[in-house]
Design a protein. Structure first.
Length: 296
C-alpha cells in the first residue's frame, strides 16, 4: 500500500499499531528511513530485522531478498497443498511445522527513489500478499508527483485521512461504523480478510477459491459438519439479486450444504426475498462486525 499526503503522526500511529499487537514470531519489519531521523525511536523494537536502513542500495537488497523469499514460500505452499500464508499457518498450528511470519518493508518517503523502484518491486506488488510479504510506502507528496513507473497501478493507494486505525484491533464501536478498514479493501484482499475471520470464528478447512472461474463462491469453509460456500462482496452500495443467484449456483457446483453472501454493506429488499426462497444466508455489515468482535 502507498499512503500519500501523509503526516508524521500518521506514520507513527500505523507503525505503533503494527508492533503493539504483533510479536516477532508473527510480524517482522524492515525499516527504510532515507532522512535517518524519522524512525529513530523505533531502532530497538523487537519486530525489527537488523538496523534501520538509510542506504537505498540496502533497500534494493531487501527487495531482492523478498523476491527470493516469494519463491521459497511458493515451494512450501505447494508441498503443503495450500494457496496462501493464512492456510499454511493454520496447518502449522495443527501439524507442528514452522510458522511463517508476515514480513513488511516500510519506506519512510518514496519520493526520489525512482532508481530503486525496479522490476523486483513490481514482482512483489503483483503477487506477494498471499505469501505474507508486504510493502508500505509513505510520501508527503501527492500521488501524481511520484515517479512510480509501471508499478503505480499495483499499489493500493490511500491518503492520510483514510488510514486512521487501519492496523489496530476492533473496539466496541457502533455496528454501522467502519471496522478494520474493510470498506477500502480490494476484492481479493477482502476475501482473505473474511477467510481469516471465519477461521477465528470456529470454521475449519477454510480456503479461498481461485480468482477467476470460481463459480460464484469465493470461500469454502466447514463448521460443525456443515459445508459452506460463501461469496464475498466489498461494495460501496447495497447488494442485489445477482450475488444471491451466484451463491446459490456456486453451492450446487461445490456440493455445499449452505450458501452465504458476506458483505460490508446491506442487501436490497429483492435480494432478501430471493435469498429466503433459495435458503441463502445473507451476512451483512452487522454480521461482519460480529465476526470481527468474536475474532478479537
Amino acid at each position: 500500500m502507498i499512503i500519500t499526503q501523509v503526516s508524521e503522526q500518521t506514520k507513527f500511529d500505523l507503525l505503533d499499531d503494527l508492533i503493539r499487537y504483533n510479536s516477532f514470531a508473527t510480524l517482522q519489519l524492515f525499516l527504510f528511513d532515507k532522512n535517518q531521523f524519522n524512525f529513530f525511536n523505533y531502532r530497538d523494537i523487537p519486530n525489527l530485522i537488523g538496523e534501520i536502513v538509510f542506504d537505498p542500495c540496502k533497500l534494493d537488497a531487501a527487495l531482492n531478498w523478498m523476491c527470493a523469499e516469494m519463491g521459497a514460500r511458493t515451494k512450501l505452499f505447494l508441498e503443503h497443498h495450500v494457496k496462501n500464508i493464512f492456510d499454511y499457518n493454520e496447518g502449522a498450528k495443527l501439524d507442528s511445522y514452522p510458522y511463517l511470519p508476515v514480513f513488511v518493508v516500510i519506506i519512510d518517503e518514496l519520493y526520489g527513489l525512482d532508481n530503486i523502484l525496479t522490476d523486483n518491486l513490481n514482482q512483489i506488488l503483483l503477487d506477494s500478499g498471499r505469501r505474507g510479504l508486504f510493502v508500505i510506502g509513505f510520501s508527503r507528496m501527492n500521488l501524481k508527483n511520484l515517479s512510480l513507473g509501471s508499478s503505480k497501478f499495483l499499489w493500493q493507494h490511500y491518503i492520510d485521512s483514510q488510514v486512521s486505525g487501519m492496523f489496530s484491533p476492533v473496539h466496541d464501536t457502533p455496528s454501522n461504523a467502519p471496522s478494520s478498514g474493510y470498506d477500502s479493501m480490494e476484492g481479493h484482499d477482502f476475501e482473505y480478510f473474511c477467510a481469516d475471520l471465519l477461521k477465528h470464528n470456529g470454521f475449519r478447512n477454510v480456503s479461498v477459491t481461485q480468482g477467476s472461474g470460481d463459480q460464484g463462491i469465493d470461500i469454502l469453509a466447514e463448521k460443525e459438519g456443515v459445508q459452506y460456500g460463501i461469496q464475498c462482496k466489498c461494495y460501496a452500495s447495497d447488494i442485489g439479486n445477482k450475488a444471491v443467484q451466484e451463491a446459490f449456483a456456486g453451492k450446487v457446483f461445490y456440493n455445499c450444504h449452505v450458501a452465504a453472501v458476506l458483505t460490508n454493506q446491506h442487501f436490497t429488499k429483492s435480494a432478501i426475498e430471493l435469498a429466503q426462497v433459495n435458503k441463502v444466508l445473507l451476512w451483512d455489515r452487522e454480521k461482519l462486525d460480529s465476526f470481527i468482535k468474536n475474532a478479537k
